[in-house]
Design a binder for this molecule. Structure first.
Ligand code: MG
Length: 346
């Protein structure tokens, strides 16, 4: 290996020199980050580190390693069967919490690359941001929030999953920057890194657009219901709107210390959020009936596991941890086994 303009360059004899090992590849990418990324970008070599010190990988940067730890976690696999908005949808084309997460990651990576921020850190935060989401989307979250004395917020639970619950109660031992981005992805929070900020906004860009798309698929909205001003500014289709918002974020952030959407676009996004709140998330009769059933089910499960903590699968879990970790179908299965008479099968 030799150095050239801050980059590690492979010499022709590299393979022989390294004798089958890969020393220097992570260092090469660390140098690459310093040489090419935006001055406000978070550099992996300068991470504040992990709670438990572990040897660095020869090949991957610290943030790449975190991305892989998240992707290989059980909580990540369970996102497949957790509701986004439509509760246990029968149709194959509705978003789940997993496809939402992947859409957030793609949008966030595009913005990060456009601004020369740390794409690996951005991706790790995006893939981990909803790991603590309850079953049944925000209906499930609201139900737990009412039951717990201190309330329940899925961003805090996501941080609890990666810090404590995953890996049989040992946590994933992620870097400080990834945990901060996961913990602070909600609107009311302020992430410490620009990459965390990118994920915070990308989450909204993703869900506002795919929730409109799914609401049209579910015949709750028709494309003409969207207020004209929103369509005129952001675009008429989900792909036009995502494209517009990504470009606005990048163009508005170039050369700035604080990254984000321009003020007028952020305001229109807020109008879209209010429109979705009124017309999709809360204002449907069928949805209201389902909400009541879900709240009752979560409450009964919570009371049951609080009364019989010995039924929890591990000592480190609370009733809320166990319920928040369930997929929609696992929660329904547990409810059925506990509260419904079971048919006798021989
Ligand atoms: Mg999300």
């Amino acid at each position: 290996m030799t150095q050239e303009n801050g980059f590690a360059v492979f010499s022709p004899t590299y393979r022989r020199e390294t004798a089958g090992q890969f020393p220097g590849i992570r260092e090469m990418w660390e140098n690459h980050e310093h040489a090419t990324l935006n001055e406000i970008a978070t550099k992996s070599a300068q991470t504040r580190g992990r709670k438990i010190l572990v040897e660095k990988c020869d090949v991957r940067t610290e943030f790449q390693k975190d991305r892989d730890r998240i992707t290989h976690s059980k909580a990540f696999r369970r996102l497949k069967h957790k509701t986004q908005v439509f509760i246990s949808p029968e149709g194959d084309h509705y978003r789940t919490r997993l496809t939402h997460t992947l859409e957030v990651a793609q949008i966030a990576r595009t913005i990060a690359r456009g601004l020369r921020l740390n794409e690996d850190l951005t991706e790790a935060i995006a893939l981990g941001h909803d790991l603590g989401h309850t079953p049944f989307g925000h209906t499930g979250e609201d139900a737990l929030d009412e039951l717990l004395p201190g309330g329940f917020r899925h961003n805090e639970q996501s941080a609890r999953v990666v810090e404590l619950l995953e890996n049989d109660g040992n946590g994933l031992n992620l870097t400080w920057e990834v945990v901060d981005g996961i913990l602070n992805h909600r609107t009311a929070c302020k992430p410490a890194t620009p990459e965390g900020r990118v994920v915070q906004i990308s989450d909204k860009i993703a869900y506002m657009n795919h929730d409109v798309d799914d609401a049209i698929r579910g015949k709750i909205l028709s494309s003409s219901d969207l207020p004209g001003a929103i369509g005129q500014m952001l675009g008429e289709t989900p792909s036009m709107r995502i494209n517009f918002l990504v470009k606005n974020f990048i163009e508005n952030s170039i050369g700035k210390k604080e990254v984000g959407l321009s003020e007028d676009v952020a305001k229109t996004m807020l109008e879209l959020k209010i429109f979705l709140n009124n017309n999709v998330y809360a204002n449907q009769l069928v949805h209201q009936q389902e909400r009541k059933k879900i709240s009752t089910m979560i409450r009964l499960l919570y009371e049951h596991y609080t009364a019989y903590p010995e039924l929890l699968p591990s000592l480190s879990l609370t009733a809320a941890d166990y319920i928040a970790g369930m997929t929609d179908r696992f929660a329904m299965k547990q409810f059925s086994e506990i509260f419904l008479p079971q048919a006798w099968e021989v």
